[in-house]
Design a protein around this ligand. Sequence first.
Ligand code: ADP
Ligand code: MG
Ligand code: MG
Length: 636
Amino acid sequence: MGLLSEGTPLSWEETKKYTQHVREHGITQFINIYKRLRDRQGDVLKWGDEVEYVVVKFFDDGREAKVCLRAEELLRILNEREHANPEGVKSLWRPEYGAYMIEGTPGKPYGGLLAHFNVVEANMRHRREEVSELLQPDEAVMSITSFPRLGCINFTHPPTKPTPDRGATRSLFFPDEAVFPGHPRFLTLSRNIRERRGEKVSINIPVYKDKYTEIPVDSYSNPTMPDHVYMDAMGFGMGCCCLQLTFQACNISEARTLYDQLTPLCPIMLALTAASPLHRGFITDVDCRWNIISASVDCRTEEERGLKPLKNNKFVIKKSRYDSIDCYLSPQGEKYNDIPVIYDKADYKRLVDNGIDPLLAQHIAHLFIRDSVSLFSEKIYLNDEEDTESFENIQSTNWQTMRFKPPPPHSTIGWRVEFRPCEVQITDFENAAIVCFIVLMTRVILSYQLDFLIPISKVDENMQRAQKRNAAKEEKFWFRKDITTQVSPPEANECCKTGSINCDMKNCDMFVEMTLNEIINGKEGEFPGLIPLIKSYLTGMDVDADTHCTIQQYLQFIQKRASGEILTTASWIRNFVREHPEYKFDSKVTEHINYDLLNRIRLIQTGKISCPELLGDNTKSKTKDSVPTALTNDCL
Ligand code: ADP
Ligand code: MG
Ligand code: MG
């Protein structure tokens, strides 16, 4: 979940005294990074994925499944191995919000060879096996976006009870003991977000109305939103899992371009990877975690949410600190920043006075409208020439669809961009396919100099559409009609010219609404489609037969998900519950249904059973454990 600095956490009352201090020094630290590294050039493509997992314990006798609060214990062992052999381990493990969650990344980032696409899945499989070896036979490590009965009575093992009248979270449903105990950051954030907001977070998600659905209006519901599943803790969002990836750009300008160009793809990829229809034991009417996680860390006060006139706060702020980005960063993006971006004028001026251009200054100043909500007493007074922790404090708690990452101090790492919207899929095959698809998209964008930009307001609209039930099949999304630019090479134009795409711009709208299928697979005569663009890019590249085969399998899988030929994870899960013999058409995911669902997922993830509705004829690719010798024309 980002920065993990050690130390003694401060209460909100104490943190509050230092918010302006952190802001001032954080901005100074960014200015210093920028001055030092703005001209850094020549970094090569490197990239890596992050997969989050839930540890689940199965009780076969009673047919129940619980989240297993053993993450800390597992991480201790996994991290010991890393410390003993930092260069040699194949995977790195980090804590996440839940005491039942772990996050795994490859031991080293991948590089710019096509052949690297053929080791991603093997590495993911290795990660799963590495953890599985530490588990009991009745436990499993599972890449599921939401644990279906999170927050239901007895959802943890060992059993825990929520403490609504005390502790950090004060939830009716989510006990503090389900929060990762090994690092103070997580409970501190939960407490400080609640205290800053002035009340518990309030997450309300429409229930999926089935034939016999009744949501009782009682002390466990929100009386003002009767047809909604009510959740009141950070854990309902941050306790979900996701799939992220980070790429290194050759310089700051390429990073800014990628940040912008990938932004319109965020809602598209959210819809394509939708995997979380079940929350707190209910089938909901959404397919994704996004709005839940956004509300789960919404630390805005009533004034900031516009419910009361501003008195103690500076701004009315439209979004939670976890949401889609608010402004583009590249010169091409500027004109599409159609929603006023809020920032403190003095912060902005200081950035500009220090030689930072207005667009980047706006981005940084906007990040810094948020207060620090997790501060350690040892990390208040820092050397702004050397340290970046005050900057990272705010940067790492702006959880947005994209993240623009400056090089860390004293490292060989360059300017990077993180792609953060995707929900995590059940199998390594699916996760690897999605990751490789996005990395290929970055290469297509850069080499064909494509332009995907649409107004930020339309990206916001797409984010909401992406989460609706069955959005992948039924929704339409705003997309740019002509994605070639004046500098796009002829191949791109060829590819885009499948019909009248080069139409006279005066007579057509620049932005059109298309289905996921049309965006990914193309629309005859109107839009080339992302997969055909990737295929055209790959033509003429030379790669070993196995890698070629893997890439083709991944692309075919993405095509099928987008066309609806195979189901999204969310649709598959929804169907599983609704077709379960014990389902009463009351929107409830009972203990037994939960157990059977997770058991089925467990069999699918290990390849013990196939699942053509979800995966087509794929179970795993011809992926390899190590990269074969590169062919000459294999460079991305
Ligand atoms: P976060 O900011 O989410 O905490 P990390 O900095 O831990 O992310 O890294 C996330 C991903 O970045 C990992 O998959 C890792 O392999 C990858 N990564 C590491 N070094 C680089 C690099 N130089 N360029 C691009 N990605 C990298
Ligand atoms: Mg994470
Ligand atoms: Mg990340």
